[in-house]
Design a protein around this ligand. Structure first.
Ligand code: C2E
Ligand code: MG
Ligand code: MG
Ligand code: MG
Length: 274
Protein backbone atom coordinates (compact mmCIF):
# COMPACT_ATOMS: atom_id res chain seq x y z
CA UNK A 1 0.00 0.00 0.00
CA UNK A 2 3.03 2.25 0.21
CA UNK A 3 3.12 2.36 -3.56
CA UNK A 4 -0.52 3.34 -3.85
CA UNK A 5 0.03 6.13 -1.39
CA UNK A 6 2.93 7.34 -3.52
CA UNK A 7 0.77 7.39 -6.59
CA UNK A 8 -2.05 9.36 -4.98
CA UNK A 9 0.53 11.85 -3.69
CA UNK A 10 1.74 12.23 -7.25
CA UNK A 11 -1.75 12.97 -8.48
CA UNK A 12 -2.19 15.50 -5.72
CA UNK A 13 0.95 17.36 -6.66
CA UNK A 14 0.11 17.17 -10.35
CA UNK A 15 -3.05 19.10 -9.64
CA UNK A 16 -1.04 21.81 -7.96
CA UNK A 17 0.07 24.81 -9.98
CA UNK A 18 3.78 25.24 -10.53
CA UNK A 19 4.16 28.74 -9.16
CA UNK A 20 7.94 28.69 -9.48
CA UNK A 21 7.88 30.92 -12.52
CA UNK A 22 5.76 33.68 -11.01
CA UNK A 23 7.52 36.72 -9.65
CA UNK A 24 7.73 37.27 -5.93
CA UNK A 25 5.79 40.50 -6.31
CA UNK A 26 2.94 38.80 -8.15
CA UNK A 27 2.72 36.13 -5.50
CA UNK A 28 2.88 38.62 -2.67
CA UNK A 29 0.00 40.49 -4.27
CA UNK A 30 -1.95 37.26 -4.80
CA UNK A 31 -1.46 36.30 -1.13
CA UNK A 32 -2.66 39.70 0.08
CA UNK A 33 -5.71 39.41 -2.18
CA UNK A 34 -6.35 35.88 -0.95
CA UNK A 35 -6.23 37.05 2.65
CA UNK A 36 -8.62 39.89 1.95
CA UNK A 37 -11.02 37.66 0.04
CA UNK A 38 -10.92 34.75 2.48
CA UNK A 39 -9.31 32.29 0.10
CA UNK A 40 -7.17 30.72 2.83
CA UNK A 41 -8.50 27.83 4.89
CA UNK A 42 -7.19 25.71 7.66
CA UNK A 43 -7.25 21.93 7.49
CA UNK A 44 -6.70 19.83 10.57
CA UNK A 45 -4.60 16.69 10.87
CA UNK A 46 -5.36 14.43 13.85
CA UNK A 47 -2.59 13.63 16.31
CA UNK A 48 -2.86 10.29 18.10
CA UNK A 49 -1.58 9.00 21.39
CA UNK A 50 0.32 5.82 20.45
CA UNK A 51 -0.48 3.84 23.58
CA UNK A 52 -4.19 4.70 23.92
CA UNK A 53 -5.05 5.28 20.27
CA UNK A 54 -6.92 8.44 21.23
CA UNK A 55 -6.95 11.64 19.18
CA UNK A 56 -5.65 14.19 21.67
CA UNK A 57 -5.12 17.04 19.25
CA UNK A 58 -4.79 18.33 15.72
CA UNK A 59 -2.29 20.32 13.71
CA UNK A 60 -3.74 23.22 11.73
CA UNK A 61 -2.29 23.36 8.22
CA UNK A 62 -2.81 26.24 5.81
CA UNK A 63 -4.53 25.68 2.46
CA UNK A 64 -4.87 28.14 -0.38
CA UNK A 65 -7.15 27.78 -3.35
CA UNK A 66 -6.44 30.84 -5.46
CA UNK A 67 -9.10 31.98 -7.90
CA UNK A 68 -6.57 32.23 -10.75
CA UNK A 69 -3.71 29.98 -9.69
CA UNK A 70 -5.68 27.05 -8.28
CA UNK A 71 -4.64 25.00 -5.26
CA UNK A 72 -1.17 25.93 -4.02
CA UNK A 73 0.60 23.96 -1.28
CA UNK A 74 2.11 25.71 1.75
CA UNK A 75 5.55 24.28 0.99
CA UNK A 76 5.43 26.46 -2.13
CA UNK A 77 4.01 29.71 -0.83
CA UNK A 78 5.12 29.88 2.83
CA UNK A 79 8.81 30.42 1.97
CA UNK A 80 7.84 33.33 -0.30
CA UNK A 81 5.43 34.74 2.28
CA UNK A 82 8.34 34.68 4.74
CA UNK A 83 10.58 36.55 2.30
CA UNK A 84 8.08 39.29 1.51
CA UNK A 85 6.74 39.61 5.06
CA UNK A 86 3.13 38.77 4.20
CA UNK A 87 3.54 35.77 6.51
CA UNK A 88 2.87 38.18 9.40
CA UNK A 89 -0.77 38.95 8.53
CA UNK A 90 -1.26 35.39 7.22
CA UNK A 91 0.17 33.93 10.43
CA UNK A 92 -2.05 36.21 12.45
CA UNK A 93 -5.08 34.92 10.56
CA UNK A 94 -3.95 31.33 11.18
CA UNK A 95 -3.53 32.02 14.89
CA UNK A 96 -6.96 33.61 15.23
CA UNK A 97 -8.73 30.96 13.16
CA UNK A 98 -7.02 28.07 14.94
CA UNK A 99 -7.80 29.46 18.39
CA UNK A 100 -11.40 30.19 17.44
CA UNK A 101 -11.85 26.62 16.12
CA UNK A 102 -10.19 25.11 19.18
CA UNK A 103 -12.47 27.14 21.45
CA UNK A 104 -15.51 25.95 19.51
CA UNK A 105 -14.52 22.26 19.81
CA UNK A 106 -13.60 22.51 23.46
CA UNK A 107 -16.83 24.36 24.29
CA UNK A 108 -18.72 21.54 22.56
CA UNK A 109 -17.09 19.15 25.02
CA UNK A 110 -14.27 17.75 22.89
CA UNK A 111 -10.99 18.08 24.70
CA UNK A 112 -8.57 18.76 21.87
CA UNK A 113 -5.28 20.59 21.68
CA UNK A 114 -4.73 22.79 18.64
CA UNK A 115 -1.22 22.93 17.22
CA UNK A 116 -0.31 25.54 14.65
CA UNK A 117 2.88 26.63 12.89
CA UNK A 118 4.56 29.91 13.70
CA UNK A 119 7.14 31.50 11.39
CA UNK A 120 10.26 33.23 12.64
CA UNK A 121 9.16 36.64 11.39
CA UNK A 122 5.76 36.25 13.04
CA UNK A 123 7.34 35.21 16.33
CA UNK A 124 9.68 38.20 16.17
CA UNK A 125 6.81 40.70 16.15
CA UNK A 126 7.04 42.80 19.30
CA UNK A 127 3.41 42.12 20.28
CA UNK A 128 3.43 38.38 19.51
CA UNK A 129 2.89 37.13 23.07
CA UNK A 130 0.27 39.77 23.81
CA UNK A 131 -1.70 38.96 20.68
CA UNK A 132 -1.76 35.24 21.59
CA UNK A 133 -2.88 36.06 25.13
CA UNK A 134 -5.56 38.47 23.89
CA UNK A 135 -6.93 35.96 21.37
CA UNK A 136 -7.11 33.20 24.00
CA UNK A 137 -8.92 35.62 26.29
CA UNK A 138 -11.31 36.72 23.57
CA UNK A 139 -12.30 33.11 22.88
CA UNK A 140 -12.16 32.01 26.51
CA UNK A 141 -9.78 29.20 25.64
CA UNK A 142 -7.42 27.70 28.17
CA UNK A 143 -3.79 28.35 27.06
CA UNK A 144 -2.86 24.68 27.44
CA UNK A 145 -5.25 23.91 24.60
CA UNK A 146 -2.86 25.41 22.09
CA UNK A 147 0.58 24.34 20.98
CA UNK A 148 2.92 26.54 18.99
CA UNK A 149 5.09 24.67 16.50
CA UNK A 150 8.39 26.45 16.12
CA UNK A 151 11.27 25.38 13.90
CA UNK A 152 14.85 25.40 15.00
CA UNK A 153 15.43 28.48 12.82
CA UNK A 154 13.07 30.45 15.08
CA UNK A 155 15.05 29.49 18.14
CA UNK A 156 18.53 30.36 16.95
CA UNK A 157 17.71 34.00 16.08
CA UNK A 158 17.72 36.73 18.73
CA UNK A 159 18.22 34.12 21.39
CA UNK A 160 17.82 36.38 24.44
CA UNK A 161 14.72 38.10 23.11
CA UNK A 162 13.13 34.83 22.03
CA UNK A 163 13.91 33.17 25.32
CA UNK A 164 11.93 35.87 27.13
CA UNK A 165 8.97 35.36 24.79
CA UNK A 166 9.05 31.58 25.17
CA UNK A 167 9.18 31.93 28.93
CA UNK A 168 6.16 34.26 28.93
CA UNK A 169 4.23 31.84 26.72
CA UNK A 170 5.16 28.84 28.86
CA UNK A 171 4.20 30.75 31.98
CA UNK A 172 0.84 31.51 30.42
CA UNK A 173 0.41 27.74 29.94
CA UNK A 174 0.84 27.60 26.17
CA UNK A 175 2.57 24.41 24.93
CA UNK A 176 5.65 24.73 22.74
CA UNK A 177 7.05 22.18 20.32
CA UNK A 178 10.03 22.05 17.99
CA UNK A 179 8.88 21.17 14.49
CA UNK A 180 10.96 19.23 11.95
CA UNK A 181 13.32 18.31 14.74
CA UNK A 182 16.72 17.20 13.52
CA UNK A 183 16.66 18.99 10.17
CA UNK A 184 17.73 22.46 11.29
CA UNK A 185 20.79 23.61 13.14
CA UNK A 186 20.03 21.21 15.97
CA UNK A 187 21.98 23.04 18.60
CA UNK A 188 21.05 20.89 21.54
CA UNK A 189 21.86 23.66 24.01
CA UNK A 190 18.50 25.32 23.45
CA UNK A 191 16.73 22.20 24.67
CA UNK A 192 18.35 22.93 27.99
CA UNK A 193 17.59 26.64 28.01
CA UNK A 194 14.19 26.91 26.38
CA UNK A 195 10.89 25.86 27.98
CA UNK A 196 10.01 23.39 25.23
CA UNK A 197 7.39 20.68 25.81
CA UNK A 198 7.65 18.46 22.77
CA UNK A 199 9.86 17.40 19.88
CA UNK A 200 8.32 16.63 16.52
CA UNK A 201 10.47 14.14 14.63
CA UNK A 202 10.70 15.22 11.01
CA UNK A 203 8.94 13.10 8.41
CA UNK A 204 12.20 12.54 6.50
CA UNK A 205 13.45 10.30 9.36
CA UNK A 206 10.21 8.31 9.49
CA UNK A 207 9.90 7.61 5.79
CA UNK A 208 12.22 4.60 5.59
CA UNK A 209 11.59 3.10 9.01
CA UNK A 210 12.23 0.37 9.95
CA UNK A 211 14.57 -0.65 7.09
CA UNK A 212 17.02 2.24 6.96
CA UNK A 213 19.57 1.72 9.72
CA UNK A 214 20.53 5.38 10.01
CA UNK A 215 16.90 6.41 10.38
CA UNK A 216 16.38 3.72 13.01
CA UNK A 217 19.38 5.07 14.93
CA UNK A 218 18.33 8.71 14.60
CA UNK A 219 14.70 8.16 15.57
CA UNK A 220 15.68 5.96 18.52
CA UNK A 221 18.15 8.61 19.69
CA UNK A 222 15.60 11.44 19.40
CA UNK A 223 13.02 9.49 21.41
CA UNK A 224 15.57 8.71 24.13
CA UNK A 225 16.83 12.29 24.16
CA UNK A 226 13.29 13.65 24.50
CA UNK A 227 12.41 11.33 27.35
CA UNK A 228 15.70 11.92 29.15
CA UNK A 229 14.89 15.64 29.03
CA UNK A 230 11.31 14.97 30.18
CA UNK A 231 9.86 16.07 26.87
CA UNK A 232 7.08 14.50 24.86
CA UNK A 233 7.89 13.23 21.38
CA UNK A 234 5.67 12.91 18.31
CA UNK A 235 6.48 11.36 14.94
CA UNK A 236 5.29 13.14 11.78
CA UNK A 237 4.45 11.52 8.46
CA UNK A 238 3.62 8.01 9.65
CA UNK A 239 2.23 6.15 6.65
CA UNK A 240 2.51 2.44 7.44
CA UNK A 241 1.63 -0.03 10.21
CA UNK A 242 5.30 -1.06 10.29
CA UNK A 243 6.37 2.51 11.08
CA UNK A 244 3.69 2.82 13.73
CA UNK A 245 4.68 -0.47 15.38
CA UNK A 246 8.33 0.49 15.38
CA UNK A 247 7.47 3.79 17.11
CA UNK A 248 5.23 2.02 19.60
CA UNK A 249 8.06 -0.38 20.47
CA UNK A 250 10.44 2.54 20.92
CA UNK A 251 7.93 4.18 23.31
CA UNK A 252 7.33 7.20 21.13
CA UNK A 253 4.39 9.08 22.70
CA UNK A 254 2.36 10.22 19.73
CA UNK A 255 2.09 10.21 15.96
CA UNK A 256 0.42 11.92 13.04
CA UNK A 257 0.39 10.82 9.43
CA UNK A 258 -1.58 9.56 6.47
CA UNK A 259 -1.84 6.12 8.13
CA UNK A 260 -4.44 7.67 10.39
CA UNK A 261 -5.57 10.68 8.36
CA UNK A 262 -4.30 13.56 6.25
CA UNK A 263 -5.32 17.11 7.15
CA UNK A 264 -9.04 17.59 6.48
CA UNK A 265 -11.57 20.40 6.80
CA UNK A 266 -13.18 21.18 10.16
CA UNK A 267 -16.54 19.77 9.07
CA UNK A 268 -14.94 16.60 7.73
CA UNK A 269 -13.02 16.23 10.98
CA UNK A 270 -16.26 16.59 12.95
CA UNK A 271 -18.07 14.07 10.79
CA UNK A 272 -15.32 11.49 10.96
CA UNK A 273 -13.87 11.85 14.43
CA UNK A 274 -16.10 13.80 16.83
P1 C2E B 1 4.90 20.85 8.93
O1 C2E B 1 4.47 21.84 9.92
O2 C2E B 1 6.04 19.98 9.27
O3 C2E B 1 3.59 19.99 8.61
C1 C2E B 1 3.57 18.64 8.31
C2 C2E B 1 3.43 18.41 6.82
O4 C2E B 1 3.52 17.02 6.54
C3 C2E B 1 2.10 18.87 6.25
O5 C2E B 1 2.31 19.29 4.92
C4 C2E B 1 1.30 17.56 6.25
O6 C2E B 1 0.21 17.56 5.36
C5 C2E B 1 2.36 16.60 5.84
N1 C2E B 1 2.09 15.24 6.25
C6 C2E B 1 1.49 14.82 7.39
N2 C2E B 1 1.44 13.48 7.43
C7 C2E B 1 2.02 13.03 6.31
C8 C2E B 1 2.27 11.72 5.78
O7 C2E B 1 1.95 10.69 6.37
N3 C2E B 1 2.90 11.65 4.57
C9 C2E B 1 3.27 12.77 3.89
N4 C2E B 1 3.88 12.59 2.71
N5 C2E B 1 3.05 14.01 4.37
C10 C2E B 1 2.43 14.14 5.56
P2 C2E B 1 1.69 20.65 4.34
O8 C2E B 1 0.31 20.86 4.89
O9 C2E B 1 1.89 20.63 2.87
O10 C2E B 1 2.60 21.77 5.00
C11 C2E B 1 3.96 21.87 4.67
C12 C2E B 1 4.67 22.85 5.57
O11 C2E B 1 4.20 24.18 5.35
C13 C2E B 1 4.45 22.61 7.06
O12 C2E B 1 5.27 21.54 7.52
C14 C2E B 1 4.83 23.95 7.63
O13 C2E B 1 6.22 24.10 7.69
C15 C2E B 1 4.30 24.88 6.56
N6 C2E B 1 2.98 25.38 6.98
C16 C2E B 1 1.74 24.84 6.80
N7 C2E B 1 0.78 25.60 7.35
C17 C2E B 1 1.43 26.66 7.91
C18 C2E B 1 0.99 27.83 8.64
O14 C2E B 1 -0.20 28.02 8.95
N8 C2E B 1 1.96 28.71 9.04
C19 C2E B 1 3.28 28.50 8.75
N9 C2E B 1 4.17 29.43 9.17
N10 C2E B 1 3.72 27.43 8.09
C20 C2E B 1 2.81 26.52 7.68
MG1 MG C 1 4.12 21.75 11.88
MG1 MG D 1 7.00 19.25 10.76
MG1 MG E 1 7.88 19.74 7.71
Amino acid sequence: HVKERGRSDFRFYQRQMNIGLLSRMKLDHAMRQALEHHRFRLHYQPQINLSTGEIFGVEALLRWNDKDLGEIGPAQFIPIAEETGVIVPIGNWVMQTAISQAAQWNRAGYSLRMGFNVSALQFQQANFVESIAATLEEHQLSPDKIELELTESVLIRDVEENLKKLESLAKLGVKLSIDDFGTGYSSLSYLKRFPIHKLKIDRSFIDELPTDESDVAIVTAIIHLAHAMKLQVIAEGVETEEQKNFLLNMHCDEFQGYLFSPAISASEFEEKFL
